[in-house]
Design a protein around this ligand. Structure first.
Ligand SMILES: CC(=O)SCCNC(=O)CCNC(=O)[C@H](O)C(C)(C)COP(=O)(O)OP(=O)(O)OC[C@H]1O[C@@H](n2cnc3c(N)ncnc32)[C@H](O)[C@@H]1OP(=O)(O)O
Ligand SMILES: N[C@@H](CCO)C(=O)O
Length: 389
């Protein structure tokens, strides 16, 4: 049976579908906002077995609206895990060989503490009383999860988009704990254009009368229309003009003629409406505000005196960066500037630009060149780490 819709009441009550690690008042999470989050919890999934040396662990970091169900059926949508094509027994990231961990980020809505969680002070969902969560906060919490497993050094940290930002943050904040890092389709900071798109989405949510200043649970409502519009606008940025043209062109949706009205005449309109509607079934609106904000605030160079190379000073981590030619959200130049900074820091770094028209979300698709790059990088890092094949 499918789990209740994300954020319907309270995510802790609604989403018991993963193991959860709870941190009490003795272990607060220090937030960049200047406060402590306590108590808090992290929902996670693991796959495979941690070896005796605890040297085969791979941390997968999810993107904006992803979750911990990276390689198992998603209990909310009933769909395969979002990277099941890549991760599993006998897959490129082989769970017969590696111990894979994926956790829902702090601020999320699938079991980790987020705006739908109960605020211990009020006994009601936090809503906007939850402090703004940063990428560094997410990583700080993941580090506590990794400590729980007794893992000193992760064999690899990888992820795309917002997941890639977490990878960069891990490598910068905890270099001694990251043997190899694979940031995909990401940037060391969110661009002005990207902040602009996020702001459009947030305003769509907040303009929905059912949002109620973020207290919609108390009104028994959810700002579904606003969140759907936010997703529709964002979804366009995950694709490319060429892919839209190839898939939909100016084709009409289930009709032979224009209707001279505002129904979804075009397939692309119908497609976006579908993307918007299915999204609200699986995601919490306030969480969307928090996730987008965390990406907007990310600026690794600014955190290191304005010089990105200083974020990686002295690093021994092996890096591989991947970008896609048609990604206009995180264009190749973003990855290239990270590569330059890593070179300036004397790091071991390789870089792959993949030719595709599938846009930013290509990292979520069955993309043979991406898989070949990951396979090659992980294989060579495993040999360097002394992990047998
Ligand atoms: C990294 C993480 O952490 S995971 C992040 C969370 N997951 C996501 O963001 C995935 C959502 N993103 C997507 O679905 C992106 O479109 C992609 C690019 C990744 C998927 O690409 P594709 O596999 O090529 O799927 P496509 O974009 O064609 O979408 C297929 C869906 O659109 C629907 N669709 C296609 N054409 C139409 C149409 N004309 N009218 C209505 N619906 C349509 C399909 O029925 C299908 O619906 P379903 O997903 O409910 O089964
Ligand atoms: N489409 C993915 C990646 C966006 O960056 C998501 O929603 O998480």
């Amino acid at each position: 049976m499918a789990a209740p819709r994300a954020g319907k009441t309270n995510n802790e009550a609604d989403q018991p579908s993963s193991p959860v690690l709870r941190f009490g008042p003795d272990q607060p999470l220090k937030l960049d906002a200047g406060t402590l989050l306590s108590p808090f919890q992290i929902a996670y999934q693991t796959y495979g077995t941690l070896n005796d040396a605890r040297s085969n662990a791979i941390l997968v970091c999810h993107a904006l609206t992803g979750d911990q169900h990276v390689a198992n059926t998603n209990p909310v949508t009933g769909k395969p895990g979002w990277w099941e094509v890549l991760i599993g027994p006998g897959r490129i990231i082989d769970t017969n060989r590696f111990f894979v961990i994926c956790s829902n980020v702090i601020g999320g809505c699938l079991g980790s503490t987020g705006p739908a969680s109960t605020n211990p002070v009020t006994g009601k969902p936090y809503g906007l009383d939850l402090p703004v969560i940063t990428i560094r906060d997410m990583v700080r919490a993941q580090q506590m999860l990794i400590d729980h497993f007794g893992i000193e050094k992760l064999f690899c940290v990888l992820g795309g988009s917002m997941g890639g930002m977490q990878v960069l943050e891990w490598a910068s904040s905890y270099p001694e704990r990251v043997f190899s890092a694979l940031p995909i389709a990401t940037g060391a900071r969110h661009s002005s254009q990207n902040i602009a798109f996020h702001e459009v989405g947030r305003q769509a949510v907040m303009a929905d009368p059912d949002w109620h200043g973020g207290k919609y649970f108390e009104h028994g409502k959810r700002p579904e229309k606003g969140l759907a519009v936010a997703r529709m606008a964002a979804h366009i940025t995950y694709l490319s003009e060429a892919a839209l043209h190839r898939k939909f062109g100016r084709n009409l949706q289930d009709r032979d003629h224009l209707t001279f009205g505002f129904d979804a005449d075009f397939q692309i309109e119908s497609y976006l409406r579908h993307q918007g509607m299915t999204f609200v079934d699986r995601f919490d609106a306030n969480s969307y505000l928090y996730m987008t904000r965390s990406m907007d605030y990310f600026d690794l160079a600014a955190d290191h005196g304005g010089r990105l190379a200083d974020a990686f000073a002295g690093t021994k981590t092996r890096f591989c960066l991947v970008s896609f030619t048609s990604d206009w959200l995180f264009p190749t130049e973003e990855s290239r500037s990270i590569v330059h900074a890593l070179n300036a820091a004397g790091a071991s770094v390789s870089f792959v630009e993949i030719e595709t028209d599938r846009g930013h979300d290509a990292f979520l698709l069955d993309e043979p060149e991406l898989f070949a790059a990951i396979n090659g990088f992980i294989g060579s890092a495993a040999r360097a780490r002394g992990l047998s094949a």
